[in-house]
Design a binder for this molecule. Structure first.
Ligand SMILES: [Zn+2]
Length: 331
């Protein structure tokens, strides 16, 4: 009787044949091949690595592939995020193609989805006449006015930058986000309280914001880094409200009195800047009064105001003392 190991039909024999076949297969498969470490790129997955690799090598190989996978996932994610951010930034900075209608007038290009009528022309001219008087004016500066109420751009802008302001100045874009009536020279804020105010004023205010960044650089005037709020908002207010400030019946001391009274009555930050107009956070009003005091009474330039390091409170106190002195003299 033959030995069980030599009989392929015997239980031990099958086991032996399998071992032989396996060793044959291995020697045929891998004979003559040499493996570099780290391995060739053709082994896309660690478990496809040659069977005869040492356990330690296989572990190292696994680590290498894991790292490579993590790197790839990281690279793809970063790239996707970058493409998305740059795409959205492009829409925010260059939204002009999103608007159906366009009109050019002097250094202005107006964009809107609604029909743009000639009613806006005197408003642009009057806003320009106010801005022209500013020391930071650049006569060659080109403005894009985006009337974006009810537009796709507004929806994107609200989602990204938050719902709230009626208007925004970004680079040379003046975006008016709320409903406007160019015939009646009005815009209609809804954020804090429903109200209406002069569109010419709003255009001039935002145009000054464009010029602030244009003259002093985007690194000094941007949403994250800018001078104190009273310097940032006070000056556009001072320029845009010149029609009121140069009116014969206007005087700064009674305006300061009015501000103090309003501020003491106000339960929150918001105060009514003009009768029948809109409320705004108090630094618009207070800032304008302080800028007005420094420019009209002390004859400072905006440059000097920006470079001056006196604290907000000291400037305010100085203005109040000036008002008190003037009142004493009158009595
Ligand atoms: Zn502003």
């Amino acid at each position: 009787m033959a030995h069980a190991g030599n009989n392929i039909f015997a239980p031990g024999g099958v086991d032996m044949w399998l071992k032989v076949l396996l060793s044959l297969f291995r020697s045929v498969s891998w004979t003559g091949r040499s493996f570099k470490f780290p391995p060739d790129r053709k082994y896309l997955r660690w478990w496809q690595a040659p069977r005869h690799f040492e356990l330690q090598n296989r572990r190292q190989l696994k680590t290498i592939y894991m790292k490579r996978t993590i790197k790839r996932v990281f690279a793809v994610t970063t790239l996707t995020i970058l493409i998305t951010i740059s795409g959205l930034a492009t829409i925010l900075l260059f939204p002009q193609p999103l608007f159906a209608n366009k009109m050019e007038h002097k250094q202005f290009t107006v964009y809107s989805n609604d029909k743009i009528t000639a009613d806006i022309v005197p408003l642009l001219d009057n806003a320009m006449a106010l801005v022209e008087k500013s020391e930071i004016n650049d006569p060659n500066y080109q403005y894009d006015i985006l009337l974006s109420f009810n537009s796709l751009f507004n929806k994107i802008d609200d989602k990204l930058l938050g719902f709230g302001p009626s208007a925004r100045a970004t680079d040379n874009n003046v975006t008016i986000k709320v409903r406007v009536d160019t015939k009646r020279d009005l815009f209609f804020p809804t954020f804090h309280r429903k109200c209406q105010s002069s569109l010419t004023y709003l255009l001039a205010h935002e145009m000054i914001h464009c010029l602030q960044a244009h003259k002093y650089g985007i690194t000094k005037f941007n949403p994250l880094k800018h001078p104190e709020m009273w310097k940032l908002e006070g000056y556009p207010e001072y320029v845009a409200r010149q029609p009121k400030l140069t009116n014969k019946s206007y005087n700064l001391t009674s305006e300061i009195d009015r501000y103090i009274e309003l501020e003491s009555k106000s339960a929150d930050l918001w105060v009514l800047i003009e009768e029948g107009a809109c409320e705004a956070p108090n630094y618009y009003y207070k800032g304008r009064l302080m800028v007005e005091y420094l420019m009209d009474i002390k004859h400072w330039s905006y440059d000097k105001i920006l470079n001056d390091t006196t604290s907000t409170n000291s400037v305010y106190e100085d203005m109040i003392n000036w008002r008190n002195e003037l009142k004493k003299k009158k009595n």
